[in-house]
Write a protein that binds this ligand. Sequence first.
Ligand SMILES: *Cc1c(COP(=O)(O)O)cnc(C)c1O
Length: 493
Amino acid sequence: MLYVSTRNDQEKVTASQAILKGLAEDGGLFVPEEIPSLDVPVEKLADMTYQETAYEVMKLFFTDFTEEELKQCIARAYDGKFDTEEIAPLKKAGDAYFLELFHGATIAFKDMALSILPHLMIAAARKNQVKNDIVILTATSGDTGKAALAGFADVKGTKIIVFYPKDGVSPIQQKQMVTQQGENTFVVGIHGNFDQAQTGVKQMFSDKELEKAMEETGYQFSSANSINIGRLVPQIVYYVYAYAKMVQSGAIQTGELINVTVPTGNFGNILAAFYAKNMGLPIGKLICASNENKVLYDFFATGAYDRNREFVLTSSPSMDILISSNLERLIYWIAGNDAEKNRSLMKSLQEESRYEISAEMRSQLSEFYGNYAGENETSSMIRETYQEFGYIMDTHTAVAAAVYKKYREETKDAAKTVIVSTASPYKFTRSVMTAIDEKYDSKADFELVDELAALSGVNVPKAIEDIRTAPVRHTRVCEVNEMQAVVKEFLHM
Ligand SMILES: *Cc1c(COP(=O)(O)O)cnc(C)c1O
């Protein structure tokens, strides 16, 4: 299995090379030449552990890794860092199944992929005789940063630099990042939003002069962002796993179609669901949930992607994104794997901040449903679900639940539905608790943590306990146009 760039299908690389590079030379994203089919029947998957399922999926994509390499990466990733052996448990509340992807080290779904990416990357570096140290350059809307830092901290042969929007993450998210241990970790707040952080990082990736200077100092960049295929593929696993577990528990029959609702920002998580569907997993609708930054909703409604709009800071900051990078992989797909066509659309996005797809391309989006939830709908969803079922969800999951409710009302589609739960409510304690009752707003952050434990009956996760008293190690803040200078400074270049 080889990978091509969405902007130039002449450039073909192996899986391990795609993981090492992160982004293709031409600024495109690596995609597999074709999506493989699942070759294990669901009945068999139903009895598998998360780790076994992960192997069955990853072996189909990462074909230049040996069985031993993959199994070792999987064993090191999905271990006691997760607070449950199931790794990704399903919880039923009301008529939906919540797939909880926040049981890893940093209590957001980014752990699902970022606990394995460092291991894949090291194996890939060995396989390709890489001599340089790998510098992981990452822009984060809040959750990727911490999960990547946790994954790469003190990993030999790597350094990691994370840029986050100084005023665009939750207090807990920020504390998690600035207290990160590890001599090879650097965390920088920027005076700007996530899109600016992401654009700055992408520019560094395609800067040839910088690349040369890095090479001379013994460094090369890679990416831990969801544009890396080494992040996308591990995210397919939990859809397969969830489906198989629903069969095992009798919630569905083998072959029965389920819907998935995904709280979406950079379009990585839902794209993994789309890939799972194309591998043969019986998924009906892919319900794409946005917050007030509803650029994707508008895209599905009109066929025009237009980022010319105000960037809104919401209570679901990990979805405060106007440039959904992974959408490019879907655009390439619906263009019939036409790199030329995709490239011209992406050029238009860069130059005019918008593009419009053809009617023919649009006709291939019928399996997607897009909608969005405003701030009030999101907090009502948290409050009502708590009051009715005693289940407390985070703000991002609530956006998805609110959108699913709209979908049900609009379509009357009663197919069993998985709502992807992307963060622990503990990560967004203030927003979650004030959604339940405004009286909580007067309390301090860690008082709220204890109140949440009392209300939910769910123990305070270790990730939160750890930062109660942890010292701040990273205080650097910079302007958007200083990002490259900061990188050079950290690397002593
Ligand atoms: C990253 C993130 C999302 C968005 O996921 P994408 O793959 O970027 O669409 C949603 N919720 C949470 C909590 C996240 O951390």
